[in-house]
Design a protein around this ligand. Structure first.
Ligand SMILES: NC(=O)c1ccc[n+]([C@@H]2O[C@H](COP(=O)([O-])OP(=O)(O)OC[C@H]3O[C@@H](n4cnc5c(N)ncnc54)[C@H](OP(=O)(O)O)[C@@H]3O)[C@@H](O)[C@H]2O)c1
Length: 317
C-alpha cells in the first residue's frame, strides 16, 4: 500500500522523503522524484509530518524507537500519522505517548486495497488532535477520493473496523453464492451478470467476481491481512460485549483458508475453505472425495509473492 500511496504524493508535487526497511523498494519512488532516506532517523530529522504505512504495531514501534531514549527526540515537534490498521487500543496508547513527548498525532486508516491505492481512490478516516488533523488533511488528498474526519482517536480505527465487517462478510457472501452456483452447474457468466445487474452489485462485487470466475487469487487484499483484521474486530467486539455473529463465521473460514496454505492469496481464496466444507459434507454422506480445481496452495505465512508486498513502509513530507 505504501508504494502506490507515496507515488501519488510524489506525482502531486508533495516534497517527499521516504524510507522502507527493504531499500530496493524505494527505487520507484526515487525515480518519481522522492528523496530516499538512509534510515528512519533521517526521515524524522528532515520532516515535520511523518506518514507511517506499516504492517502492525511492532513495526511502528521499531520505526519510532518507542520504548527507547530516542523516541521523544523523534516525535517531539512533529505530526505522526498512523495510516495502517492496528487495534484501537494500540493507537490510543501511541497517541498518549506521542503527546507526552511533545508531538502531534493523528490516525488515518484507509479503506480500499492495492488498486484503489494506485488510483488515488482510497477512503481515509481521520482522527486526532485538531492541529494534527488540519495539517494532515491536505496531504491525504492525492491518495484518497474522500476523507472523513471522525473525531478523537481511536474513532477512525473503530470506523475502519466497522467498515471491514461489511467488507469481509460481503466478499465471503459473494464467494459462497459463487460456490453454490458452481456446484449446481449454473452458467457462471450468467450468474455473475445477474449479480452485476441487480441491487447487490458494488465496486467490491465488480472487482472480486472476475477473480472468482478465473480462479485468479493474485493478491489485492490478502488472506493474512483479512485474518488480522478479523482478529482486531473480534477482539474489539468482545471487549465491548458486542455480538458479531457473521464476522465470527468469516473469521473461522479465513483461519481455515490460511491453514489450508492459502494465506498469501487474495481474500477470494476463502473459496478454498468453503470447498473444504463441501468436501466434508460429502464425506460425511459417504460420497467420493471431490478434489479442488487447482489444488496447489501458495503463500504459507512468510512466503507471500514479492509482487504482493507494498514497497514503502514510511513516507513523509
Ligand atoms: N493491503 C490492503 O489491502 C490494505 C488495505 C487497507 C489497510 N491495510 C493496512 O495497511 C498496513 C500496510 O498494509 P500493506 O498491505 O501495505 O502491508 P505489507 O505489504 O505487508 O507492507 C508492510 C510494510 O511494513 C514494513 N515493515 C514490516 N515490519 C517492519 C519492521 N519491523 N520495521 C520496519 N518496517 C516494517 C514492510 O517493510 P518491508 O517492505 O521491508 O517488508 C512494508 O513496507 C497494514 O496495517 C494493513 O492492515 C492494508
Amino acid at each position: 500500500m505504501g508504494r502506490p500511496m507515496a507515488l501519488n504524493l510524489a506525482r502531486a508535487g508533495v516534497p517527499l522523503v521516504v524510507w522502507n526497511r527493504t531499500p530496493a523498494r524505494c527505487e520507484p519512488l526515487r525515480a518519481a522524484g522522492a528523496s530516499v532516506a538512509a534510515d528512519p532517523a533521517e526521515v524524522f530529522d528532515r520532516c515535520r509530518t511523518v506518514l507511517l504505512m506499516l504492517a502492525d504495531g511492532a513495526a511502528i514501534d521499531a520505526v519510532l524507537g518507542r520504548g527507547t531514549p530516542g523516541f521523544a527526540a523523534r516525535v517531539a515537534g512533529r505530526v505522526i500519522v498512523h495510516m495502517g490498521t492496528t487495534s484501537p487500543e494500540y493507537s490510543r496508547e501511541l497517541a498518549a505517548d506521542i503527546r507526552a513527548a511533545g508531538g502531534g498525532y493523528a490516525e488515518a486508516p484507509v479503506s480500499g486495497s492495492r488498486v484503489p491505492a494506485e488510483q488515488g481512490r482510497l477512503v481515509a478516516m481521520l482522527a486526532g488532535d485538531e492541529g494534527a488533523v488540519a495539517a494532515v488533511r491536505p496531504l491525504l488528498a492525492p491518495m484518497c477520493h474522500e476523507v472523513f474526519v471522525c473525531g478523537a482517536v481511536p474513532e477512525a480505527l473503530l470506523t475502519k473496523l466497522a467498515v471491514n465487517i461489511f467488507l469481509i462478510t460481503t466478499v465471503t457472501g459473494l464467494v459462497e453464492a459463487f460456490h453454490f452456483a458452481e456446484r449446481h452447474g449454473l452458467d457462471l457468466d450468467r450468474f455473475l451478470a445477474v449479480v452485476d445487474a441487480g441491487p447487490m452489485a458494488s465496486g467490491v462485487s465488480r472487482m472480486k467476481a472476475p477473480k472468482l470466475k478465473d480462479h485468479d487469487f493474485a493478491v489485492q487484499a490478502g488472506v493474512w491481512d483479512v485474518l488480522k483484521n478479523n482478529e482486531l474486530i473480534a477482539s474489539a467486539a468482545r471487549r465491548a460485549a458486542v455480538a458479531s455473529p457473521l464476522l465470527d463465521v468469516c473469521h473461522a473460514l479465513f483461519a481455515q483458508t490460511a491453514r489450508l496454505g492459502h494465506g498469501g492469496e487474495d481474500m477470494v481464496a476463502v473459496l478454498r475453505a468453503v470447498e473444504a466444507r463441501t468436501r466434508a459434507e460429502g464425506e460425511a454422506r459417504g460420497e467420493p472425495r471431490d478434489e479442488p480445481r487447482d489444488p496447489a496452495p501458495t503463500g504459507a505465512r512468510g512466503e507471500e509473492p514479492a509482487e504482493s508486498r507494498a514497497a514503502t513502509g514510511t513516507v513523509a513530507s
